[in-house]
Write a protein that binds this ligand. Structure first.
Ligand code: SF4
Length: 440
């Protein structure tokens, strides 16, 4: 009598949109599906379950999310479950379910996907630091990384109220993870570089004054730096860039500062309900450069925020010219329901926004290219991410340029290479002497 054949495991396909924090959520979701006995596939037509992890930050991102869902719906096999999760599912739950009848499940944060049974849930905006959702992605384990770097999310949510931002309304108040849980994940990933992410990274621990407290990001960076070759930080709110944090970042060997500035005009920043101004930002950047001349900087700016004047714009242009940052992103203001800014007067004409964006992007592209050209002839240390592709401390994965390196350098290794050319944001390097643990 023939033995019963075990049914083939169900297969899943996960599409991730949006920011690195969403990427971490997808990794953890994949971990739960694998724990449920499913296997991944990168072919839609083979999948029994298709999950779209959406982004809802601004209009453009929402449109991309909907387009992706509809495209995958067309590509999926009959009987394949289509699940929409992530920020759009959390922010527009019932509306989305109604608007997308083709979708089998709209699963907000904390809602199990795949085979697991769901129970009554707490809406994420009602969460406090003590509440943990049923499927607490934040603290779930994740599979070993397939590349030599990984994002690690150290907190969920945000306690700030920037005028243009709806994230706190659907990601909830800040919820910092335990240090033990973070370090455990770092060890589990087995990577050479860890990129720490959160909505408001430098505020890590402020929401848990008894166990962690303000400034906890500093010992955390130092603890992670002891475990991996490189630790990089994204999303630093400028008011929390303390001397201790700057020292910890520089001591880690990755003097890379991703400063979330958004604008430099003082009156406009106040209208955005944000701290700081161009002079203070310039002084902080100069401080860092005096401490670490090779430091690299990234920032993002919003153009066309309600009430933005010609003078505000001119201030931003002057700042970009003088600050000479390595990388900048410029985004047009998007009116978000429920935000403070949605109720403001002083809307900026879209054609003018377009003009200002073009001017800033052109200016920054030239600055970035010049800063890359300055590296020609230098010997730099790269982490080889994949065959032919590396990054120095100046490039964050996926958002900055890369270094084209010799194909014989092993992925996951460090090498000293000579920069022989620059192609816009990317560098071209030759040679490559492996850099051993002790030489770093
Ligand atoms: S810091 Fe401001 S922009 Fe960033 S997530 Fe929080 S509210 Fe939004």
């Amino acid at each position: 009598m023939s033995r019963p054949v075990a049914p083939a495991p169900q297969r899943f396909y996960v599409e991730t949109l949006g920011c690195p924090k969403n990427q971490v959520d997808s990794d953890k979701l994949i971990g739960t599906l694998i724990a449920d006995g499913m296997v991944g596939t990168d072919r839609i037509d083979e999948a029994d379950l298709v999950v779209v992890n959406t982004c809802a930050f601004i209009d453009e991102a929402r449109r991309e999310s909907i387009d992706t869902v509809l495209t995958l719906d067309e590509q999926r096999r009959d009987g394949t479950r289509l699940v929409v999760t992530g920020c759009m599912a959390e922010r527009y739950g019932a509306e989305l379910t109604e608007a997308l009848p083709e979708v089998d499940q709209v699963a907000g944060f904390g809602v199990p996907i795949g085979g697991r049974q769901r129970r009554d849930l707490i809406p994420v905006t009602a969460l406090t630091t003590d509440d943990v959702p049923e499927l607490d992605l934040l603290n779930l384990p994740r599979p070993r990384s397939a590349v030599p770097w990984a994002y690690v999310k150290i907190a969920e949510g945000c306690d700030r109220s920037c005028g243009f931002c709806a994230i706190p309304s659907f990601r909830g108040p800040q919820r910092s993870r335990d240090v033990v849980s973070i370090l455990g994940e770092v060890d589990q990933l087995e990577v050479r570089e860890v990129v720490l992410v959160a909505q408001d990274l430098a505020s890590y621990g402020k929401d848990r004054p008894d166990e962690l407290g303000a400034g906890s990001i500093v010992p955390l960076v130092r603890a992670v730096a002891e475990r991996v070759d490189r630790v990089r930080l994204l999303y630093l709110y400028p008011s929390d860039l303390s001397d201790e944090l700057i020292d910890a970042v520089c001591d880690s060997g990755v003097p890379y500062f991703d400063l979330s500035l958004q604008h430099v005009s003082k009156p406009l920043l106040r209208r955005m309900r944000r701290w700081g101004d161009g002079d203070r930002f310039s002084r902080r950047i100069a401080d860092i450069r005096s401490r670490e001349p090779g430091a690299a900087f990234r920032s993002n700016f919003i153009v066309g925020y309600p009430g933005e004047t010609d003078d505000d714009h001119d201030q931003l242009v002057r700042f970009v010219e003088e600050a000479q940052l390595d990388w900048c992103g410029f985004f047009s203001y998007s009116a978000e329901d429920g935000t403070f800014a949605a109720g403001l007067d002083g809307a900026v004409d879209p054609a003018l926004v377009h003009e200002r964006l073009a001017e800033l992007r052109e200016l920054q592209d030239a600055i970035t290219a010049d800063r890359r050209d300055e590296l020609i002839g230098a010997t730099v240390e790269v982490l080889v991410d994949e065959v032919g592709v590396g990054r120095t401390h100046r490039e964050a994965p996926e958002i900055d340029g890369i270094v084209h390196v010799a194909a014989d350098l092993a992925p996951g290794s460090f090498a000293a290479v000579e920069v022989v050319d620059a192609l816009g944001p990317d560098l071209v390097a030759a040679g490559g002497d492996p850099v051993g643990e002790d030489d770093r």
